[in-house]
Design a protein. Structure first.
Length: 160
């Protein structure tokens, strides 16, 4: 079992029932290895889709995100320009983070991404793939990656 707990902080609501079910299943699996919590923040509404409005929305979301994160948390920001890791390397990062603070926070922003301030706060900027995925689906992909990492750390056969 990894020391500490993991928090999934996401911007926007998970709406599709099949994704809600998939995420619930992975959270149940993860909880056998580590405490997990999920925090959903409301996505800012745009008056119009201009760079200035997008920037203002990201900054407002950034304020909300940063207010939730404990000062001693190990923060992983999911962003397209982040580092790509394989499952073994992610497992190593999770183990390292568990030893450092025991509070591991994964941040998924809105469809426009994350505020530069949130990315600057991150201990790790993580890119899951060069492909683009809907933010709702990314929660399930991240949960599966977390579960896989935890089974690797526990020496289980799930990871092949």
């Amino acid at each position: 079992m990894v020391k500490g707990y993991v928090t999934l902080l996401t911007v926007g609501n998970l709406k599709e029932s099949y994704l809600v079910s998939a995420l619930a299943e992975y959270k149940k699996r993860i909880s056998a290895y580590m405490r997990i919590e999920e925090i959903e923040l409301k996505e800012e509404r745009l008056a119009e889709e201009t760079p200035a409005c997008i920037h203002a929305a990201l900054e407002a979301e950034g304020d909300k995100i940063l207010a939730k994160i404990p000062p001693d948390a190990y923060v992983v920001a999911l962003c397209v320009e982040g580092k790509e890791l394989d499952s073994l390397a992610l497992a190593d990062k999770i183990a390292e983070a568990g030893q450092k603070s025991g509070k591991i926070w994964f941040i998924i922003g809105s469809s426009y991404g994350l505020s530069p301030r949130v990315k600057a706060r991150a201990d790790l900027r993580l890119s899951v793939s060069k492909l683009t995925f809907p933010h709702q689906l990314m929660r399930v992909i991240l949960a599966e990656a977390l579960y896989r990492s935890l089974t690797i750390l526990a020496g289980k056969k799930y990871h092949k």
